[in-house]
Design a protein around this ligand. Structure first.
Ligand code: FE
Length: 202
């Protein structure tokens, strides 16, 4: 189970969302509107439902606007890599956390981008607790292997020293809880006012 970044599948490196003309924040919201209805990685929710549930959990937990925005946008990289279907089911790691964080950095501060960039590492860190790892969904367990598996001691120390590591772990817990069918949430437009406020505060 123990693995390192050297194990990480190299079939798709992070890349810019070239097919998409994401010139401003509004285009990002349109991307969520247009493709958000697609099924999220073998889970009983769509991409948009997952994003809204994650943001709602963050808000309910008393997270600040930056972390609510991060929760809403943490998986945006899944929609911009141009990879069809569920990449992990095909043995491909889409590096969506790096793709997403790089994209979001155009408009949003590090307090949003770093938890997004680290939320996969947070899973690898939290998976050091076997009881937590057992509760991951089937797809999350499958992608964990592709993403390098459970962190070893040295990787865990290095992870925990990074700014944003704690926020990424909070985000990760909401992420894994945000996969329930039929949960009512605030709308995308309601959360988008938070995103715009954070962007304008930069
Ligand atoms: Fe997620």
């Amino acid at each position: 189970m123990v693995g390192g970044d050297h194990d990480r599948t190299m079939t798709s490196m992070p890349r810019a969302p070239s097919p998409l003309k994401l010139l401003d924040l509004d285009a990002l919201r349109e991307l969520l509107r247009r493709r958000g209805g697609e099924r999220y990685d073998g889970e009983p929710v769509s991409h948009l439902e997952h994003a809204l549930q994650c943001a709602a959990l963050a808000q309910r937990s008393g997270a600040g606007p930056d972390l609510v925005a991060a929760a809403l946008l943490h998986d945006i990289g899944h929609l911009t890599t141009g990879l069809p279907g569920t990449p992990s089911a095909q043995g491909v790691d889409d590096h969506h956390e790096s793709v997403g964080a790089t994209l979001l950095a155009r408009w949003l501060p590090a307090s949003v981008c770093e938890p997004v960039r680290l939320h996969v590492q947070a899973k690898r860190y939290l998976a050091r607790h076997p009881a937590w790892a057992r509760r991951l969904s089937v797809d999350s367990q499958r992608s964990l292997v592709l993403q390098g598996g459970t962190m070893n001691d040295a990787e865990a120390v290095a992870y925990a020293s990074q700014p944003g590591a704690l926020d990424a772990m909070r985000l990760r817990r909401w992420d894994d809880a945000a996969k329930r069918a039929g949960v009512p949430t605030p709308s995308l437009d309601e959360f988008w006012t938070v995103v715009e406020r954070v962007a304008h505060s930069r």
